[in-house]
Design a binder for this molecule. Structure first.
Ligand SMILES: C[S@@+](CC[C@H](N)C(=O)[O-])C[C@H]1O[C@@H](n2cnc3c(N)ncnc32)[C@H](O)[C@@H]1O
Length: 224
């Protein structure tokens, strides 16, 4: 069983020793993997009412939670294990005036316990491109589109919408993280190797994603 620190570090692909530097390393990024605008659009398409509450599990710095609260005027509950991100999330929410879990089939089976029959689940994830490879650390559980859809709907839920995301990366995320890593390495030579290695793996991952991975937003309707 992973500790909370290990879960956060795993989700952010960093060694636990770097946890305290992640807020600085990721200071220039608001979205940490999800496309906030597209997810807000997917939720909007579900015609939420004024009494709808959205739970953003693994909300990170709040990019999605705040976008949904602001654009759709809904109550959003953001949950994240990493305290510094929850602080960033509150700051973002204040500044804008507004308020996660294993393989995909396991994720859905956990989340759907909190969703009533007929309720919706919005998943921001992805699949391996045709001809792409899952042979990259952290992506081993990914498969081609049809296999991922089979996992997604393994509990019998209905797939209502699929939004395929093109160019989800800005293209300069690796450079931004590397610049932050160099600043930390200069200040703290004793962790220079770890922090520079983290930046390098992030750069490699952005390159891997570009060539092998397709991001998608899936909207599921829970069945009985
Ligand atoms: C890759 S980040 C994505 C954050 C956000 N969805 C975004 O795209 O900006 C994943 C987040 O999940 C959080 N996390 C990991 N395991 C968690 C858990 N068991 N409960 C709550 N949050 C968790 C991490 O702290 C991290 O902020």
């Amino acid at each position: 069983m992973r500790s909370e620190d290990e879960m956060v570090a795993y989700a952010l692909e960093a060694p636990t020793a770097l946890l305290r530097y992640l807020p600085e390393l990721l200071a220039d990024l608001e979205e940490l993997g999800s496309d906030a605008e597209a997810i807000a659009g997917a939720i909007d398409d579900l015609d939420p009412t004024i009494s709808t509450t959205v739970v953003d599990l693994g909300c990170g710095k709040g990019a999605v939670a705040v976008e949904v609260a602001e654009k759709l005027n809904l109550k959003v509950c953001g949950i994240d294990l990493f305290e510094p991100f929850m602080e960033s999330c509150k700051e973002l929410a204040e500044s804008r005036g507004g308020d996660v879990l294993g393989a995909l089939d396991q994720t859905v089976s956990v989340i759907r316990q909190y969703v009533k029959t007929g309720g919706y689940i919005v998943i921001s994830d992805g699949f391996i491109k045709d001809g792409g490879s899952s042979d990259f650390a952290g992506f081993e559980q990914y498969a081609d589109h049809d296999t991922m859809i089979a996992r997604l709907t393994a509990c019998g839920d209905t797939l209502l919408h699929e939004i395929i995301e093109v160019d989800i990366c800005d293209g300069n995320e690796g450079e931004l993280i590397t610049a932050r890593a160099k600043a930390i390495a200069t200040r703290r030579p004793e962790i220079a190797a770890d922090v520079l290695n983290y930046a390098e793996t992030q750069v490699a991952e952005y390159e891997y994603i570009e060539g092998n991975f397709v991001s998608a937003i899936w909207v599921l309707k829970r069945t009985q």
